[in-house]
Design a protein around this ligand. Sequence first.
Ligand code: THG
Length: 870
Amino acid sequence: MSRIFYAIKTHLRRDLTACRGRARVHLRTICCSTRRRAEDGEGIPVLGKRWKDTADTVIIGGGCVGVSVAYHLAKGGMKDVVLLEKSDLTAGSTWHAAGLTTYYHPGINLKKVHYYSIKLYESLEAETGQAVGFHQPGSIRIASTPVRVDELRYQMSRAHWHPTPQSLIEPDRIKELFPLLNMDKVIAGLYNPGDGHIDPYSLTMALAAGARMYGAQIYNPAPVSGLTPTSDGRWDVQTPHGTIRANRIVNATGFWAREVGQLIGFDHPTIPVHHQYVVTATVPEVKALKTELPVIRDLEGSYYLRQERDGLLFGPYEREEKMVLQDSWVTDGVPPGFGKELFESDLDRIMDHVEMAMEMVPVLKDADIINIVSGPITYTPDLLPMVGPHQGARNYWTAIGFGYGVIHAGGIGKFLSDWIRTGEPPYDLIECDPNRYGKWTTVPYMCTKARESYGFNNVVGYPKEERFAGRPTSRTSGVYELMKGKASMGFHAGWEQPHWFYKPGDDTGYKPSFRRTNWFGPVGRECKLVMEKVGVIDLTPFGKFIVKGKDSHKLLDRLFANTMPKVGLTNISHMLTPTGSVYAEVTITQLAPGEYFLITGSGSELHDLRWIEREAADGAYDVDIINVTEDMGVLGVAGPNSRKVLQKLTEEDLSDAGFKFLHCKPIQLAGVPLRAIRISYTGELGWELYIDQKNMAAVYEAIMAAGQEEGIDHFGTYAMSSLRLEKGFRGWGAEMNCDTNPLEAGLDYFIKLNKPADFIGKAALQEVKAKGLRRKLSYISMDTDDVDPEGNETIWLNGKVVGNTTSGAYSYTSQQSLAFAYLPVELCSVGQKVEVELVGRRYPAMVIQEPLVLTEPTRTRLQKKVKGRA
Ligand code: THG
């Protein structure tokens, strides 16, 4: 038996307590505080004169994230920043974190967070005078299967338009950088030269020193016992020292986040899980090295390994079924007084990883383990943190749910503080919006997903990834039961929505790939169906709100850049940020005088609602805002035969003159009263039907029966994406978001700069227009083989990066790969040649005239013109 096994099986088991005690001393220079029953306020020293009873922002939680928010707010010039920490700074998860720092993130936005963190950590010592123990020996993500190499190539094509200094390296170079590696299985590596690790305790102390230097107050021990909203949107924050009245509060309480959230009626989906890592004693081969080893992440083995002094530190991500949730904390709360404690470690759980690590790094076999750390960290259902203002409470912000708090702390502190100070996010980080969750994120759901997320830490990250744990949630549409066996389902904000439908002979199910896969053919079939016959799609996941009351028009006119539609009409309209970027894209219908129906995409329901509610509250508008998302099902019926099919079921005149494009009417269809809007994101002739959930199945069955002769069938969201791209329709979150203004996105038609109302973002956009644009959304077509663009790929010209795609798909109607992309204005002319990088290859591409396919209303109009002339 190797020594590492011996150590694990005997020595450590024998005296875990001693071992944990040593872990503290050995790993970090932490002054072990005496335990306090902080929650009870018992024995809490009086803070005396320093105590303030008002603040602009109160941050609750003194881990690396909360302290970073305080540092950045104060540095950004905010006066009266107060941070309350219930026991000691770093207590919770920060103090026992492994401290890894990396430029790498698969998400395109979080790369920016990581980048900022690393740059900040490089300069923090000079700024604050506090050493932070930052090591930057680089890191290598190791691929030992061909699909991993594809994943790394895929990641490179998404990273090249970012400053992230990463490159794909060959085995020889890997061996050179990490001479202790067994190269038998290594095929390639993703190398990030600036990566490394930092001492989380020192980092937090440096940020705290900085925060104080810029004027923030940090109080500890100062546990928060109550949070009371005031009628003017502020908060009374109760502590044993007294109450602070704050303009806003930030919950940055790590694994206490649910408890703090519960003080004001939220149940945040942040679940404590155990994370273990192991530290070895000096390894002679490591000691003999002249330079520090880079951090390695063995993706197949699902662990990270780095040098710790002259030994090694090794941390696995245990499999879904093995990892441990701290269930008792979920049900009963975190035990009072828990601060800098650790759990019993369980080495059986990590044996598989240990074996793989010993194979990859053979010197581990003879290493003695001196410490094992098993500490609580938090996981959210999708592994990403929750950062931003929270819907449902005014001036309540969260910075919680960090599974990787140390690398996120710097960047998130900057991001959140900029958002707080300026009123809008400094860049798009929509995947971390706290409002992506809702009432459907129940405790069992949170737990199942946290488990899945943990186990999936190093699974291959495919495009269009689906995860299945915890599904379906309580959010199912009225036709879900009828569709579920027939389609590959996608998950959208708690809902199940068909991606594509099966036919006999199809290779069914979820078969992810970096190239075209099993859905490629079937989606072509669905596009043909909508272009030539008629298709039905379940659009229930749309977010839907009613806004009514005396000031409804005034409020919406202030929030939206388009003019408000007349009664019975529908408009496409955008909410802009104060600097004139796109916050949201919504369709608005005026149902009755002063009563508006707002429809937004599935992912943006509470994100949009929060923005509308905030403006309504801040401006004291007399309105009612009602979220009807779950009450109403939606069926889309689209294609040239849609009129004929629906006409069979209603007395209402559906002719082009009788029911015009972008009109809305209450109608009876198959005997069911519902609301119909003539609109379709496919760009084809079509209606959306807004139906009480309870009547949805009946309406659906009537439509399917009525349409048999016309060849009716289903289509899903993949076909919809391809069809909308062919028509040149922009998608929110891709072509437009808070990183883009509507003029560069080509949305000019929807922006009424000369409407009388002073809508949010108007002045800024006028300035943008006067200055002129530097880049524009372009429409590009490319020659590919077995792969299509999906968005966020790098665009090259003459060996230089010139832009990025925003979304992409195969156009079945015109048989070519198609994408939207941002390019500098001088490269936007039709005919401009560029290259698009897809999974490691650069394919020839060209800017083309949009759209590839005319929309039905335009086609019909042009046909009428031609007829008129004849
Ligand atoms: N249906 C409804 N609401 C929605 C969407 C939808 N809200 C969110 C999102 N999708 C909005 N996006 C669009 C984008 C374009 C169109 C519809 C919704 C569209 N555009 C036509 C065009 O560009 O030719 C018409 C534009 C016009 O003439 O005003 O139809 O899918 N309910």
